[in-house]
Design a binder for this molecule. Structure first.
Ligand SMILES: [Ca+2]
Length: 531
């Protein structure tokens, strides 16, 4: 149902509320009275004015400090099996920036994204987030509930967005002037889904490290797990060997970009072979056994169709193996640590409807074809974005070159595919711009600068017509900025100008071709040589 049709229904069913009950500061409806709002298929469970100060969201143990807002809890049931919970937080009229922000989720998370909502609210946005139609990260929710799988895959974000627009309109007495969606990981998948399926939902969409090629990515998780575990399920590559791989890959490839700064600028140019680390005698901390070499090679190479040899999904980039202490900063969290292949529930509960399905029985040729036929909506890979462009929408995408969860090569391939479908780079950049972050992990962290304000870039683009050519990113250690760099408009890359600190963004240019810059040694992240 279109926004106009829904709006007409709301107006028709409650002509008095919006006209008569108006708080002093606006022509909108007082917070408590929003509970009486009637929207087809939606139940408003509560609407409460929350005073400025500490607020502890459901499921959290610590309070966050928030400005005053109107908290609306609602449930949408677009199908009889749907139970899509979402919250809309609305600033008071005088604090509202006139805009709506939808925030994305992570993983198969059945949880409202309160921290992201808080960030938006503090900027003056009305914000909305959903649990995507189920509670918890366990994929069992899909067993026998195909409609809930659809709610997770694309419907919940669309429904929360349409409904939030109406709730905000009622609260403020007018529609938001602009709507933005911001998400990373699964949130990046949701972002691209919105651009592909619902081109009118948002004026600006930010897709970070998007896990949009979801079906093939899930097959890659399974293949990678099998490749990195013994037949009885023991991990072949311990954490220390993952760190050794990163250290060795960076040593081998750091200077390829002309600057020895601890970052592999573009891992596609890095062909470090783990066989270089093969143990000559017995295994020790500085070498890899033959099975470890083989496992690492398979991780880099990616999945191929066993029958045709065609690539199914790219491998993971060199530099992503183990660059940090936490499991998400390495292959551990999604590949080597789990007791079974990550997201094996996709096969058990969504695809084969068999909780006992054994991953050892997979036939990638046969089962991939089946999955893409049965669950095509699980992936957001449509490359013709003409409807979104025609609507005037703007799309900003970013990803980390050292992402150990969603391989950046696949994100690049998607963007290149869109460029082809849309008739070239210029016709794509008009509405869709891509920024790669060298040395950044999955959505954040890593040796490269990974903190940047892309929402401001989006606001400038949508509201002022200023399309971003570069985005300044910071690397922060213990709260202190120790390096800044520009993230360049793809396919441009950042190159040091040859003078000044290599830790300051101003000393870098965004260039299309890498010039033959002399190699400069800086001794890691913190020990840069300054001119
Ligand atoms: Ca480098």
């Amino acid at each position: 149902m279109s926004r106009r049709m829904l709006a007409a229904l709301v107006v028709a069913t409650m002509p008095l509320l919006t006209e008569v009950i108006a708080p002093a500061a606006s022509n909108g409806t007082a917070c408590a009275n929003l509970a009486a709002l009637t929207i087809p298929g939606v139940t408003i469970r509560s609407s409460t004015a929350v005073a400025a100060g500490p607020f502890t969201p459901p499921g959290a143990t610590t309070a966050m400090t928030l400005p005053a807002f109107c908290r609306v809890e609602a449930t949408a049931r677009p199908t009889s099996d749907s139970d899509i919970r979402f919250e809309v937080w609305i600033p008071p009229a005088e604090a509202w920036n006139g805009k709506l922000e939808g925030v994305g989720n992570g993983g198969y998370s059945g949880a409202i994204g309160y921290p992201a909502m808080a960030t938006g609210l503090r900027r003056g946005y009305a914000v909305v987030s959903t649990d995507t139609g189920h509670a918890g990260d366990d994929m069992k929710f899909g067993q026998g509930h195909p409609e809930k799988v659809i709610d997770w895959a694309y419907r919940s974000i669309h429904v929360m967005t349409e409904t939030a627009k109406l709730i905000v309109r009622d609260a403020q007495g007018r529609f938001a002037e602009h709507a933005y969606f911001v998400g990373c990981s699964s949130g990046g998948h949701q972002a691209l889904t919105e651009a592909q399926r619902y081109p009118e939902d948002y004026d600006g969409i930010i897709a970070g490290d998007p896990a949009n090629n979801r079906i093939r990515q899930t097959f890659a998780f399974l293949y990678s797990w099998v490749s990195t575990h013994t037949p009885d399920g023991k991990p072949i590559l311990p954490a220390a060997k993952l760190a050794l791989l990163t250290k060795s890959a960076v040593e081998a490839c750091d200077a390829l970009d002309g600057l020895k700064d601890g970052i592999i600028d573009d891992p596609r140019r890095c062909h470090f072979d783990p066989a270089k680390l093969a143990c000559r005698g017995s295994e020790d901390a500085s070498c890899l056994t033959a099975p470890q070499v083989d496992a690492a090679r398979k991780m880099y190479e990616g999945v191929k169709n066993p029958r045709t040899g065609e690539p199914v999904f790219t491998g993971w980039p060199r530099g992503s193996e183990g660059f940090g202490e936490s499991p998400i900063q390495s292959w551990r969290q999604y590949v080597t640590d789990p007791m079974e292949p990550m997201r094996v529930g996709f096969f058990r509960y969504f695809l084969f409807h068999d909780p006992n399905w054994d991953y050892r029985t997979i036939d990638i040729d046969r089962d991939l074809a089946y999955a893409e036929q049965k669950l095509p909506f699980m992936a957001a890979v449509e490359k013709d974005l003409s409807p979104f462009k025609k609507h005037g929408g703007k799309l900003l995408m970013y990803t980390g070159w050292a992402d150990p969860v969603v391989p950046p090569q696949d994100t690049v391939a998607y963007y290149d595919g869109v460029v082809k479908a849309m008739g070239g780079l210029e016709k794509t950049r008009d509405f869709y711009r891509f920024f790669l972050a060298p040395g950044m992990g999955h959505c954040s962290g890593g040796p490269g600068p990974s903190q940047f304000d892309i929402l401001t870039a989006m606001e400038q683009w949508v509201e002022k017509g200023a399309a971003p050519d570069r985005i300044i990113a910071s690397h922060i250690t213990q709260g202190k900025v120790d390096r800044t760099r520009p993230l360049c408009l793809y396919p441009q890359v950042a190159r040091w100008k040859g003078t000044g600190s290599t830790d300051e963004a101003a000393n870098f240019s965004c260039v299309t071709e890498a010039p033959s810059t002399p190699v400069r040694r800086t001794g890691g992240n913190n020990g840069a040589v300054r001119n």
